[in-house]
Design a protein around this ligand. Structure first.
Ligand code: XMP
Length: 514
């Protein structure tokens, strides 16, 4: 099955992934590709995807800068509808011979757009529209074959459309919720302009993923890393559906798991027909991490060690393929976008060593956002407890210990983590939270315990709300609950003298501290 697809050409804009998710919310598949994807490459994608529309994303550049990214202008001749947003809007106008100049006044925030022509992209959107703008340049003069669809006080061409072809531009960001009718605008593009069908539904995804896996591995055996998190659990059930007894799931206890994790995994997968290996790898991980302080080096070493453990098991059971629960954001943050910064090495992506014994690595969830993985998990019959579980990073508590990750420190942060979880869950706040956990900082401070001086570590408590981990806001936990957490941690864990609460959103921080 080829899903109706909107391709997003990525010019490096901060909202690029928000566009992708907004489209998928309407059950239309979207995929982000590099801005310089050629018309031939787009045609070739046709084997896999039914490309119905193309969006040119925003980006930080100015059209006239040297090396400003530009798409291949021949994409306008493909006969596929195109929508440019912000930088994409300016680029279309520029490539057709229009004039783009620095705006008299930089527009940032809410603006009011007057709709001059409520059709096509702006169908049924009359009068005055509250829109979100963030731009320095502006289109001042349109090429002849285009007409103005909307303007603002500061921006004479805030929206345009080609007179004959389905090519549109919006200076504002319809994907940002501050644009009051942004959803309506995107829906107009998807359904009125591109004629998409709503076929990105998780039942179809499951059938397609199972089929793909069978085609790749045939009758060969595979191993999968199962951490007990939602991603690897979902990938495991998908793989077991696809290849049944040829799958061996491997739970690696690297010594940095939360308390009770191994039992939880054994219990959760009891009812499924597959073999599950638990490998006690504490010693080898401890050895590899000895003396390592740099977070990125830690992540790479952990990624490599995981692979070596999987290779050992694969040799024993005669498996040739490794299956992983990698999701879309893991790939993005590990620097898979050509023109975006690498934020951190997710253990299962950029943390992979150069030399591996496997014939191939299969990642059935590689194109899904977390909320989509949860939908797939529900379809596959995973328990509510597993589906609603908060995400936990593969490198585990090792990336929640700042500096050298020793087993002693892992024990301290594990106890603090248990207290944070117990108190948040007892308060009922957990249902609205994306993640809540403890971090063992490397900062020591003086305290008083039982009338005596104590000099111990600082625990940072972190709790966040998020939809898909690309952005997150710190949770407004009531002081009484924070107080309970702080009192319990300092009373029950002798090594801790101080507890702080992390009030940083993502961005600028990331969710995990390392
Ligand atoms: P950051 O810290 O990058 O985290 O804002 C985003 C989400 O990903 C989780 N995370 C990981 N998951 N392997 C994983 O499987 C990793 O190496 C890893 N690092 C971070 C993190 O808990 C959050 O949900």
């Amino acid at each position: 099955m080829r899903f109706d697809t909107i391709l997003i050409l990525d010019f490096g804009g901060q909202y690029c992934h928000l566009i992708g998710r907004r489209i998928r919310e309407h059950e239309v598949y979207s995929e982000i590709v590099s801005y310089d994807t050629t018309p031939d490459q787009i045609k070739a994608l046709g084997e896999r995807l039914n490309v119905k529309g193309i969006i040119l994303s925003g980006g930080p550049s100015s059209i006239y800068e040297e090396n400003a990214p530009k798409c291949n202008p021949d994409i306008f001749d493909l006969g596929i509808p195109i929508l440019g947003l912000c930088y994409g809007h300016q680029l279309i106008s520029f490539l057709f011979g229009g004039r783009v100049e620095p705006a008299k006044k930089r527009e940032y925030g809410i603006s009011h757009a007057i709709v001059d022509s409520p059709h096509g992209l702006l169908k049924d959107l009359n009068g005055n529209q509250k829109v979100w703008m963030s731009h320095g340049d502006t289109v001042c003069e349109l090429p002849e074959e285009f007409e103005i669809l909307a303007h603002t006080g500061n921006c004479p061409v805030a929206a345009f459309g080609h007179r004959e072809q389905s090519i549109y531009g919006l200076q504002w960001h319809p994907e940002v919720f501050h644009t009051e009718n942004g959803t309506r605008m995107l829906k107009n593009f998807l359904f009125e302009v591109c004629g998409c069908q709503t076929n990105w539904i998780m039942e179809d995804f499951v059938a397609k993923a199972v089929d793909e896996m069978r085609q790749i591995v045939g009758t060969e055996k595979c191993v999968i890393g199962l951490s007990g998190g939602i991603d690897s659990s979902t990938a495991t059930i998908l793989a077991s559906k696809a290849i049944g007894k040829n799958l061996t799931a491997v739970f690696v206890d690297h010594g940095f798991m939360r308390g009770g994790e191994s039992d939880f995994v054994q219990d959760s997968f009891k009812g499924f027909d597959m073999s599950l290996f638990t490998v006690n790898a504490k010693r080898r991980f401890r050895k590899r991490l000895k003396g390592i302080l740099d977070p990125e080096q830690k992540r790479r070493l952990i990624g490599e060690e995981f692979i070596r453990v999987f290779e050992n098991v694969a040799r024993k059971v005669g498996a040739n393929y490794l299956i992983q629960g990698t999701v879309y954001p893991d790939r993005i943050e590990s620097g898979f976008r050509k023109h975006s910064e690498k934020i951190k090495t997710h253990h299962n992506v950029a943390g992979l060593p150069a030399r591996i014994e496997f014939k191939g690595i299969i990642e059935p969830l590689r194109d899904l956002y977390k909320d989509e993985v949860r939908k797939v998990a529900e379809k596959l019959g995973l328990s509510e407890k597993l589906v609603r579980r908060q995400p936990f990073p593969g490198p585990g508590l090792a990336v929640r210990i700042i500096g050298e990750a020793t087993q002693e420190k892992a024990d301290v942060v594990r106890r603090a983590d248990r207290i944070v979880r117990e108190e948040i869950e007892a308060s009922g706040l957990n249902n609205g939270l994306w993640q809540y956990f403890a971090v063992l900082t490397d900062s020591k401070s003086t305290g008083i315990k039982g009338d005596a001086r104590a000099y111990g570590y600082t625990i940072a408590v972190r709790a966040l709300e998020s939809k898909e981990a690309m952005t997150a806001v710190f949770a407004r936990i009531p002081y009484e609950i924070l107080e309970k957490i702080s009192t319990r941690i300092t009373n029950e864990i002798p090594e801790i003298t101080r507890v702080v609460y992390d009030i940083t959103h993502k961005p600028p921080a990331t969710i995990e501290w390392e």
